[in-house]
Design a protein around this ligand. Structure first.
Ligand code: 2AM
Ligand code: CA
Length: 286
């Protein structure tokens, strides 16, 4: 019997990375065209947690583009999961045995998108048997396509990327993730900001986890940390940082895994100093 959920044709010859790049570019162009003219602004669990019809439409578009080529692959997208840490953890756990899992955030930085602030992106990752294999982040406002393949390096618009060279926190430009969750994340962030602002060159908070990671990979930020993340915010960016020579762990130094929520990503040189500072400030979230 015909399965109506499956597309009627399949194009099988394209590489995983080519499909990810194509989907990110198409969705990104559409998202860019909707800046300032989106129609529905809704909230999720809190008044600060925003979603628009553009987030949902972009996810549908990306899912269709991927499923056209790989109808049997699994798909984990932010807008297909109930909001909240519990549902997010359950969604990742549900795909623990997945052979091919696409992990997608259609707009990372929705608050910026809503305000017309040009720091948001499309994030698409492919994990094969739980291992990140492809990571693509597209920033449509700056037309920057960040691409990483496991073992093959990372590139921004075709140019190889590498992390920055700073060796000490005092000479570092660091980003912190300032996600709007107020009970858990806000007090943690306040402690982190207090400790880091006197020990770094300066702090930034651009409002997109994925772009922060892409910028660490490109050497534009020395490092980044955030608590309370979801797999779709970071999966592509984690591979970008690793393939650019950087280091990604949880905020206590444990290895990254798809369900990790509190992350530190750096050029490697300042990693221990950052983790130690977070520990002393009791800002690890763990
Ligand atoms: P989003 O734009 O896809 O929602 C900002 O620090 C980062 O936190 C962004 O990557 C943002 O992703 C994410 N974020 C926004 N609201 C959040 C919330 N309530 N809980 C956890 N993460 C959130
Ligand atoms: Ca999102």
């Amino acid at each position: 019997m015909e399965d109506n959920n499956k597309p009627s044709y399949v194009v099988g010859s394209k590489s995983f990375t080519a499909v990810a790049i194509n989907a990110a570019a198409k969705a990104g162009e559409w998202i860019k065209s909707r800046v300032g003219i989106y129609k529905e602004l809704n909230t999720k669990l809190s008044p600060q947690d925003l979603v628009t019809e553009v987030d949902k439409g972009a996810e549908i578009m990306i899912r269709k583009l991927i499923k056209t080529h790989f109808p049997n692959h699994d798909f984990l997208g932010e807008e297909s999961v109930e909001p909240g840490a519990k549902a997010s953890a359950e969604a990742v756990a549900g795909y623990a045995d997945s052979e091919y899992l696409w992990i997608v955030d259609p707009i990372d930085g929705t608050t910026n998108f809503v305000h017309g602030n040009p720091y948001f992106c499309v994030s698409i990752a492919l994990a094969i048997k739980g291992e990140l294999t492809v990571g693509v982040i597209y920033d449509p406002m700056h037309d920057e396509m960040f691409v990483a393949e496991k073992g093959k390096g990372a590139y921004v618009h075709g140019k190889p990327m590498s992390v920055s060279k700073e060796t000490e926190l005092s000479g570092s430009l660091l980003a912190i993730g300032y996600n709007p969750e107020r009970e858990f994340a806000l007090p943690n962030n306040m402690k982190g900001i207090a400790a880091l602002s006197t020990r770094t060159r300066s702090l930034r908070a651009m409002g997109s986890a994925a772009l922060h990671l892409a910028y660490v990979a490109a050497g534009r930020l020395t490092g980044y940390y955030e608590v309370g993340l979801n797999s779709w915010d970071v999966a592509a960016g984690v591979l970008l940082v690793k393939e650019s020579g950087g280091q990604v762990t949880d905020t206590q130094g444990g290895p990254y895994h798809l369900a990790a929520r509190h992350l530190a990503a750096t050029n490697g040189h300042i990693h221990q100093e950052l983790l130690q500072t977070l520990k002393e400030a009791e800002a690890t979230g763990l």
